[in-house]
Design a protein around this ligand. Structure first.
Ligand code: GLN
Length: 242
């Protein structure tokens, strides 16, 4: 079996080691003999919505988001086609903000998003920095918690048609007000959780792998692997404040 991955704009959006998400995803595939082709997509590279199963975009500061926002707009119809056809997206923080309708930073113009999530973001006056634990209703194996680290001033609000990936137990999440964190529409996922996110959430990583495989293969059961370390890291981080 094979999964084709588009790693979007790693030269610009890769704050807090978000590359670790692509490493964790591909390693958990490798341990199960699932072939993973990773294409690093930079400014000017065209995406092929027929080819890619999984799109990853990391976080970054407002400056880098400006360049990526302009690039995403050029390929907005292709990303919309990919999302409509069930491709899996994982977007972290600054990348997450750009999958919604817009991100309005403190200074300068509103950055347009590609609207594959029904959400919008406005820069707030506080910077939310710290550990986050959320409880999720996603159909994950072994645990209903997800952990990570947030660092954002953006406040994200979800609209009808897009649900959160979980409720905040520790930390702030989307906006520090509605106790919601992240967003999901079809197989498009966004979250404020850096860390990087996937290594300490093996159950969510496997869920994404499963969604990718189900696009091209009948329901597969992922082989068990020795991930004691990952689970020890997850359990250590659950409900951790400092
Ligand atoms: N610049 C955005 C914000 O501060 C995203 C930051 C990030 O990706 N960590 O909200």
């Amino acid at each position: 079996m094979q999964i084709n991955v588009a790693y979007l704009y790693p030269g610009l959006l890769n704050i807090y080691g978000d590359r670790g998400n692509v490493l964790a995803f591909s390693q958990r595939c490798f341990w199960r003999d699932i072939k993973v082709n990773i294409s690093e997509v930079e400014l000017g590279d065209k995406i092929d919505p027929e080819f890619y199963d999984f799109y990853f975009i990391g976080g970054g500061q407002d400056q880098q988001q400006i360049a990526v926002s302009e690039e995403l707009q050029k390929q907005k119809p292709l990303f919309a086609e990919a999302a409509k056809n069930g491709a899996v997206f994982l977007a972290i923080c600054g990348g997450y903000q750009l999958l919604g309708h817009y991100y309005k930073p403190h200074k300068g113009e509103e950055l347009r998003g590609i609207s594959i999530l029904d959400a919008y973001t406005i820069a707030g006056h506080n910077r939310y920095i710290g550990n986050v634990t959320i409880e999720t209703n996603l159909p994950l194996e072994n645990a209903n918690t997800l952990v990570g680290f947030e660092n954002h001033s953006g406040l994200t609000y979800l609209e009808e048609g897009t649900e959160a990936i979980g409720r905040v137990v520790i930390g702030n999440g989307n906006n520090g007000e509605d106790k919601l964190e992240g967003a999901r529409k079809q197989n498009v996922f966004g979250t404020y959780l850096h860390g990087s996110f996937l290594p300490k959430n093996p159950h969510f990583t496997d869920y994404l792998i499963q969604l990718c495989l189900e696009r091209n293969y009948s329901r597969v059961k992922l082989a068990e692997i020795n991930d004691k370390l990952e689970w020890a890291a997850h359990k250590k981080a659950v409900k951790r404040k400092y």
